[in-house]
Design a protein around this ligand. Structure first.
Ligand code: SAJ
Length: 408
């Protein structure tokens, strides 16, 4: 069968590779000509372990064909990004790319074509938006003429190829036939993972619920960290001890929650159900507040310690990415802390060993040694391996440990 994958990003490209490896004739489509030219020249444009090698194989065997022209295909898989727009303190989904992709494929959708949406979307987008667009562009009827499924991606960057083959997949559709075909399609790329089918709305919610579940649980830990600080006890010790109970498993508090998933997806539920999604919204607010709480705490400590020269001191932020040992800076709470302190007039330097750039968002990115030398005050925002290895030199300074690396 012929498969066209729409969007050659972090999800679309690896997905095309695994379908090509499974023997399908795969067309990797993107509107961005530069991306397609890079791929045609044999190079991938994203950073992910083992991807280049696997890509070369399927490109050379002509199983995967990068293209910026769509054509007829048995299956279309939409893997375009869903950005967000900030409104007040909320984040609203922007499904323009999903809508555009639906329009773009419509001229090639025929009787019997299967369309699969993988992008993260608010509930009631698959049939109600994608389905409707294709219906109105083609005069074909959803389920009677063409088929449509939702099959959200669930992979962790850094482990994409492994997780594409080994994570279970959830497939939602309003047609039994679509469920069946989509299931066998994904089963052909799964090794230990299994494919489960359900209705469309359950599958859409499933993706959002997974990330909201984690976000809510981290918010609980972050709330505890603020309460523990008021009492004057160590939250990491508190959680370690509470987790000794057989049915308690509290996650780790930190500098806040970053990345393009946990810090965004829960808002897609709140957006549709503002009256009902209270825990989900509050969790987002707590996690978004955490970096600001850390800023308030540093300010207070510095004012007490250096009453006359507070703005002359330099604060070093240890870790600028969004989680340990990665180079991804999206929605990073550490950057929020750095920028906030800078705006308040402090000298701020950063240390992000996973990003080889001299400056990150206007913050100087120094080596650990330089940061230790220059800073009067440190905020340990991430448990990067390099920081753990040098924890003794870090402890010699005034330091706020937001992630519990320093043993209690
Ligand atoms: N964090 C904490 N405390 C913890 C765990 C995490 O503060 O105990 C913070 C991290 O430092 C980071 C943020 O949460 O700032 C998110 O990190 P993460 O490792 O929890 O998740 P992501 O955003 O890298 O990837 C998530 C994954 N979802 C789940 O684990 C439910 C991944 O499987 C999804 O595919 C991905 O979102 C996605 O694309 O949606």
């Amino acid at each position: 069968a012929k498969i066209a994958i729409v969007g050659m990003g972090y999800i679309g490209l690896p997905t095309s590779i695994v379908f090509a490896e499974a023997g399908y004739e795969v067309y990797g489509y993107d509107v961005n000509e530069e991306v397609i030219n890079t791929l045609k020249s044999g190079k991938i444009h994203i950073k992910e372990p083992d991807l280049q090698q696997s890509f070369e194989k399927v490109l050379n065997s002509k199983k995967l064909i990068p293209t910026n022209k769509l054509e007829k295909s048995d299956v279309f898989i939409i893997c375009v990004p869903t950005p967000f727009v900030k409104k007040e303190n909320k984040k609203l989904s922007d499904i323009t790319y999903v809508e555009k992709a639906s329009k773009e494929i419509s001229p090639y959708v025929e009787k019997g074509t299967l369309v699969i949406l993988e992008s993260t979307v608010p509930p009631m987008t698959t049939d109600e938006v994608v389905g409707k667009i294709i219906e109105s562009e083609t005069n074909l009827k959803l389920n009677e003429d063409f088929l449509l499924s939702y099959c959200p991606e669930r992979v962790l960057p850094g482990r994409i190829l492994y997780e594409l083959k080994n994570n279970d997949r959830i497939i939602g559709s309003s047609s039994e036939k679509a469920k069946e075909i989509t299931k066998s399609l994904y089963e052909s790329i799964l090794t230990s993972g299994k494919a489960y089918t359900t209705d469309t709305h359950t599958a859409e919610m499933c993706k959002l619920v997974e990330n909201s579940y984690r976000d809510v649980n981290i918010a609980f830990a972050n709330e505890l960290s603020i309460i523990a600080d008021k009492i004057g006890i160590n939250v990491f010790e508190l959680i370690e001890l509470a987790n000794r109970h057989p049915r308690v498993n509290i996650l780790k508090p930190g500098a806040g929650v970053g990345g393009h998933c946990l810090a965004v997806d829960p808002w897609f539920i709140v957006e549709k159900f503002p009256e009902e999604a209270n825990i989900i919204r509050t969790a987002r607010e707590i996690n978004d507040y955490k970096p600001h709480w850390i800023v308030e705490k540093i300010e207070k400590e510095i004012k007490e310690k250096y009453p006359n020269s507070e703005k002359e001191i330099t604060i070093g932020i240890l870790g600028l990415s969004y989680k340990p040992n990665i180079d991804d800076l999206r929605e990073s709470p550490s950057i929020e802390i750095a920028l906030c302190l800078k705006e308040k007039g402090y000298n701020v330097v950063g240390c992000e060993p996973n990003v080889k750039k001299e400056e990150i968002k206007g913050i100087k990115n120094l080596s650990l040694d330089e940061t230790l030398e220059k800073s009067d005050y440190l905020v340990l925002t991430l448990a990067h391996d390099e920081f753990k290895e040098h924890i003794n030199s870090i402890m010699n300074k005034n330091v706020i440990d937001a992630v519990g690396v320093i043993q209690h």
